[in-house]
Ligand binder design. Structure first.
Ligand code: FE2
Length: 350
């Protein structure tokens, strides 16, 4: 195991998870089971639907790192005989300049060919990160929306800055709510290219998000997909602004997952009494970043590694696996309908 991979030792883990169980059983019905005898993760089921999630991939400096993660994604498909239904691109899709319009060759090199249709024929649902908002030559936000609308035959899917859909179309099991988390105030540096969404868009999105969460639930699972984490052990720290805006709402609506990038690592955080599992998959290619809270102190998992996340839809729930650039599973857990979380020991065979 890499020295950067951090896993709770058994005693720390038991202490934390037993506390989770007692508190969450009282407050939310979600129980994170003690993992003294944690079950081993089942091998990925080729007959089950899978979706891959990857953030912070569109680097202009570390292309070799993006290639290594893309190769691991392809390897995971080939070796495990998986047929991914979709990709989720978790923002910071494009670092640096992309020219005018959407004619940059980077679209072909770093998206269309990097994640080829041979392995990923489904839609690639994208959300916007802070680097997507950088205004240098032109608006990379407008460019990405345009590319989704007009690029011939592309899988790039971004119908708006925020959007929702259920999956699968027949008898859906999950509602995805894709947000633009670049709220005004999330960027405080003085550079002229550091822009965020407007206050008008923020208000529109908040009205929309509130309405979506208030609708009667039609699927066993609800996942929010965005770029910025509310909680992270990484360099960006817990985001007070986003916690203030959204945490109460997702608690009340019992949102199952808040899945993001932004910190360039892989994380999974659970909090006593909180119904939401916080997942960070920001290891798509950009430079790795340091911890501000040691993952041993707040977990259950943090890995300072490049990699991606496999979301598998099974009869008994959803299994998420954090997978590194060598296509090795570092961390896995299952979330059952009703909110129960079971940590799973990664397969020794990867
Ligand atoms: Fe970011």
């Amino acid at each position: 195991m890499s020295p950067f991979n951090t896993r709770l030792n058994r005693r720390e883990f038991l202490r934390q998870t037993v506390a989770f169980s007692a508190l969450t059983a009282m407050s939310s019905g979600a129980i994170l089971e003690a993992q003294g005898d944690a079950p081993t993760a089942p091998p990925p089921d080729p007959s089950a639907p899978h979706m891959f999630l990857v953030g912070d991939w569109g680097t202009d400096k570390y292309i070799d790192q993006q290639v290594s993660v893309a190769n691991a994604m392809k390897q995971w498909v080939d070796v495990r005989k998986i047929h991914p239904e979709a990709l989720f691109l978790l923002g910071d899709n494009w670092y640096g300049d992309m020219g005018i319009g959407y004619s940059s060759p980077r679209w072909q090199k770093q998206f269309e060919q990097m994640y080829p249709t041979s392995h990923f024929p489904g839609p690639a649902y994208a959300v916007l990160g802070n680097h997507d908002y950088e205004y240098k030559i032109s608006s990379k936000v407008d460019m990405q929306l345009e590319y989704a609308r007009h690029a011939q035959g592309t899988r790039w899917t971004m119908p708006a800055r925020w959007y929702t859909f259920t999956y699968p179309k027949q008898n859906p099991v999950i509602t995805f709510i894709c947000l633009d988390s670049n709220l005004p105030g999330t960027k405080s540096d003085p550079f002229p290219w550091s822009v965020t969404m407007s206050h008008k868009h923020k208000d529109e999105q908040n009205d929309w998000f509130r309405t979506e969460l208030a609708k009667p639930r039609t699927t066993p699972f609800v996942a929010v997909i965005a770029h910025h984490p509310l909680y992270t052990n990484g360099i960006h720290k817990d985001n007070k602004l986003l916690i203030h805006e959204w945490d109460d709402q997702i608690r009340q609506a019992k949102v199952d997952f808040w899945i993001t990038g932004h910190d360039h690592d892989l994380q999974h955080l659970e909090f006593a009494g909180h119904p939401t599992s916080f997942v960070i998959s920001g290891g798509g290619g950009a430079e790795l970043v340091d911890w501000t809270i040691a993952p041993e102190k707040r977990g259950p998992y943090g890995g300072k590694v490049l990699g991606f996340t496999d979301m598998e839809f099974r009869q008994d729930g959803i299994i998420l696996r954090h997978i590194d650039q060598n296509a090795k599973t570092l961390h896995a857990f299952r979330k059952s309908p009703g909110g129960k979380v079971d940590l799973l020991l990664p397969l020794a065979t990867g």
